[in-house]
Each structure stands twice: as C-alpha cells, then as structure tokens.
Design a protein around this ligand. Structure first.
Ligand code: NAP
Length: 315
C-alpha cells in the first residue's frame, strides 16, 4: 500500500535532502508545520555523502565526515517531527493553491507550500565513452571508488576545490595522481592548492584537456591535448576521476519556475521566493556562486522562514 493514501494537504513539502533540505526541515518542524521531506531514493543526503572530512562547517572544530554531518541533520529534522520519505519526485504541479508532487513509486503528496532544494549534479566532460566506462576506470567519486585504484596511476580532471580534494584523497590509495587542468591558474582556494602542491604523489598537467579515453573495456590511458598549442600526448593511467563542478538540478521545474542565465532557479532578492506563489527554492539549486554546505544550510533556513510567513499570511 502506498505511504500516502489520503487526500491530506500538508503545510509544506521539501524536495531534496542536502544541507538546505534538512535545515528547512529542522526550521519548519520547529515551527510546527509538520514538514514532509522527499529525500530521494538513491541520493539521500546529497553531495556531502560523497565527501570525506568537512573542515569548514562551523561548530565542528575537528571537522566532521560528510555522511556523519548529513546523518546528524536528518536526525535533527526528525526530532522536530519531519516525515522523511526516501522517494524521488518525478512530477510536480506547482501552480495553484494546492501543489501536487508525485513520486517514482506513485505516491502523491499535496501541500500548500513547497521548497525545492534539489541540489546539483556532477558535470561530465562530454567525451564519447566517458559514461560507458563509468565503473571501469571512470569515476565521479573518489570516496566511493578510490579503494579500487590501490597502487595505480590515476588522473583527476579539474582545477577547483573538488579536484584538489579528490586528488588529495586518492593519494591514500594510488601510486601517483596526475591533476589535469585546462588552465595554468586554479579556481581552487589557496589552502587546497598548497596542500596538493606539497603532496609528492600529486603531479600537474596544466593547460591540458582530455581529448580521448584509451582502452576497450576499461581505462588504459588518456590522450591529453594542450589548450595552448593543440599538441597531444598520452598519459599512462588506469583511472580518471572527473571533478569539474556540478550543474543545478532543475529538470523537475523547468518551464514552470523562472531560471537565471546560469541555470539556477531565480529567486526574489534575498528571499527564497520563486515566480510561483507558494513555491520556494534553496541550496545549490539557487546558488551559482558560493555552493558551500553552510551557505546551503543558511539558504534552507531562509526558505523555511519564508514558508512560515507565507502560510501565516494565507490563514
Ligand atoms: P568549480 O569551483 O566550479 O571548479 C570546476 C573546475 O573544473 C574549474 O577549474 C574548471 O576550469 C574545470 N572545468 C569545468 N568544466 C570543465 C570542462 N568541461 N573540462 C575541463 N575542466 C572543466 O567546482 P568544484 O571544484 O566542484 O567546487 C564547487 C564549489 O564547492 C566551490 O565553491 C568550492 O569552493 C566548493 N568546494 C569546497 C571544498 C572545500 O572547501 N574543501 C571542496 C569541494 C568543493 P576553469 O577554472 O578553467 O573554469
């Protein structure tokens, strides 16, 4: 039997379970709004589930593991009465006074207010066999797959904090890690670049991009192309970790909610209000710039307070 069988209209349903979604759950729970969090069936907890040490989330002087932080946030939301369902929303009818969200298992949730906090999805390089070789040498998650590359030579692609973090983590397993970046300046923070530079297992291929993945059924090397003169050369690696950022997940709301030129959901001023009354957005899905766990959590708090005010004005 379906978990949601009645025609009950909830005060608020939150879509997504990263720091924004769970924080919105904590705040709306404490405001007695009995939130439902639709937390995704496979990606509950969001991107932090793929992270190791989170050193910069305030309140944890020794740092905390990403999955532990998310487990804490989940428990904290539950403590204030949030109903968490590990379901994927496949359809959203957001216009009108009562919003309707349908999940992959066919459950239908109705609500007077909705918070969209669907986060972002890993970017792909767009190479012909990149997807096909996922799990056969190509990966987007060092914490998930690093162990399989013990004593091997591998590459990490990207020049941001994620690439530095992945490269540093992979040195625990790999013989060598080559960081391939398309420019000779990094987007990553100084502290992360310094750590990577100081690690003797990490080498750098700058002004270079991946032109081709070599190998039939698994990665056996990469062809790198210089972004300066177009010359190519082979890099002898058995693994490639792609860490080139992420794009906001807006598929559910495209055509209904206004988007910004960067592809994030457009919100009004400093609020979480979208162009549709009763629909709010928070976290990475609205943020093309900062994209930190703490800014995402803060944005979830803003959305919860906006929902409180919205519902109070309605009654
Ligand atoms: P990011 O900062 O957007 O960096 C993406 C990197 O990938 C850039 O260096 C970019 O190159 C490169 N890139 C993008 N598309 C590419 C393509 N098609 N081919 C080759 N290279 C490509 O993304 P991020 O590293 O995932 O970080 C996202 C946010 O999370 C940032 O705010 C970051 O500070 C934060 N973060 C923080 C930590 C931490 O503090 N420990 C860890 C992870 C992430 P260009 O530089 O040339 O554009």
């Amino acid at each position: 039997m379906s978990a949601e069988t009645t025609d009950k209209i909830h005060d608020v349903v939150i879509v997504g379970s990263g720091p924004a979604g769970y924080t919105a759950g904590i705040y709306t729970g404490r405001a007695n709004l009995n939130p439902v969090i639709l937390a995704s069936s496979v990606k509950a907890g969001g991107e932090l589930m793929n992270t190791t040490d989170v050193e910069n989330f305030p309140g944890f002087p020794e740092g905390i593991m990403g999955p532990d932080l998310m487990a804490n946030l989940e428990q904290q939301a539950e403590r204030f009465g949030a109903q968490i369902e590990f379901e994927d929303v496949v359809e959203a009818e957001l216009e009108g006074e009562v919003k309707t969200l349908t999940t992959g298992s066919g459950d239908v949730y109705k609500a007077r207010a909705v918070i969209i906090s669907t986060g972002s999805a890993y970017r792909e390089l767009g190479l012909p066999r990149e997807k096909e070789l996922s799990g056969y040498g190509v990966s987007w998650c060092a914490t998930c797959d690093g162990f399989f590359f013990k004593d091997q030579d591998i590459a990490v692609i990207g020049g941001g904090d994620s690439a530095m973090e992945e490269a540093l983590f992979l040195t625990k397993f790999a013989r060598s890690v080559t960081l391939v970046h398309r420019r000779n300046e990094f987007r990553a923070s100084r502290v992360m670049v310094d750590r990577a530079t100081a690690n003797e297992k990490i080498r750098f291929e700058l002004d270079a991009e991946v032109a081709e993945i070599l190998g039939e059924n698994k990665v056996e090397g990469l062809v790198l192309r210089s972004t300066v003169d177009g010359s190519t050369r082979e890099l002898n690696v058995t693994g490639m970790f792609v860490a080139i950022g992420a794009d906001p997940r807006t598929d559910l709301v495209k055509g209904v909610l206004d988007l910004t030129p960067e592809g994030t959901i457009a919100t009004q001023g400093r609020s979480s209000k979208t162009n549709v009354s009763g629909v709010f957005a928070a976290g990475d899905v609205v943020d093309p710039t900062y994209r930190q766990a703490i800014t995402s959590a803060g944005s979830g708090c803003v959305a919860a307070i906006d929902v409180e005010h919205f519902l109070a004005d309605q009654s």
